[in-house]
Design a protein around this ligand. Sequence first.
Ligand code: F6R
Ligand code: MG
Ligand code: MG
Length: 373
Amino acid sequence: MVKTTVSLIKADVGSIPGHVTVAKPVMNIAEKKMAEAQKAGIINSYYVFNAGDDTELLMTHSKGENSPEIHGLAWETFMACAEKAKKLKLYGAGQDLLSDAFSGNVKGLGPGVAELEFKERGSDPVIVYAADKTEPAAFNYLLYKIFADPGNTSGLIIDPRMTCGFSFDVLDGKENKSVVLRSPEELYSLLALIGATETYMIKKVFRNDDGEIAAASSTTKLNYIAGKYVGKDDPVCLVRAQSGLPSVGEITSPFLHPYLVAGWMRGSHWGPLMPVGLKNSKCTLFDGPPRIIGLGVQVSDGMLASDDDGKPMVVDLFDDPAFDLARQEAMELASFMRMHGVFQPARLGPGAMEYTTLPQCLASLEGRFKKEK
Ligand code: F6R
Ligand code: MG
Ligand code: MG
């Protein structure tokens, strides 16, 4: 049986106003490019949406992960979107397209990528997460809760297909090396790493007994690629659900409460990650607070399951009163953190600030420091 690939590729190609949200004409270009690619048989189905100022391309196809054809399609689509954004003089037009030339894979060029390739089961629910004004390590806590914390995922205790636990492929973003750790056996070592969000981020999650892929997230580090601050690497993540994998409700329940992530204004502050529906996918207050979109789809015979008119059926999971409490708490936390202004712990620590525009501001002070006697 052929395998199906779900690719979620995103970039900030320009936004309105400032870094708030994506403009409709830019989304229309992405929609048109995707429709053409579907007609040409490059992809089987697609859904275009935005997470704050990021344009998000969700695609299904049979070309596997890291396909030059699929990555090339995403790159061309983003280039066309950026061109439109430039014409309209939208903000930061083309900001995440860090190279002039595409060479087979968008990784390392600016866009963020999460891809899952799997043999379809009887039925395959997939949850799509896309966040704005934060970084890939923001998903460390989320993926730990979903795949390693029985307090969140009771299936780890109750479902015999899941009691084997899950393995986490963890990237050291500074050294560019990775390690696979098994939960529950190596849970404490896993937490020792992924609790340090400045350095470590989860790339993939697999089920222990058969190696079945369960989740994938983007791990782009724009600042390392560009060699200077060019915004945070607003991340995306795909999680498979049900029938021996965490249920949809176990995948969403970490968002009963918000938690603090690095990013927000100028990529320099801790702020609450607030779950919102698509209609609220815009970062308005202090360029935030950091927001996350959660979409639910079914993958069916290589396609996003579609309605009678051929439109993919996408469920906007956070557009629901069940997440009102998290939103309320998020705004209380946002207010509390903002009371600290630029003082730590509202501002990121010195290590993380190295990758912002702050060092440029402090450079002129260098010669004025006098050694204490
Ligand atoms: C955060 C982000 C924004 C900008 C801020 C300043 O990821 O993109 O918070 O850092 O709006 O933007 P510039 O320097 O473009 O005026
Ligand atoms: Mg922007
Ligand atoms: Mg963004």
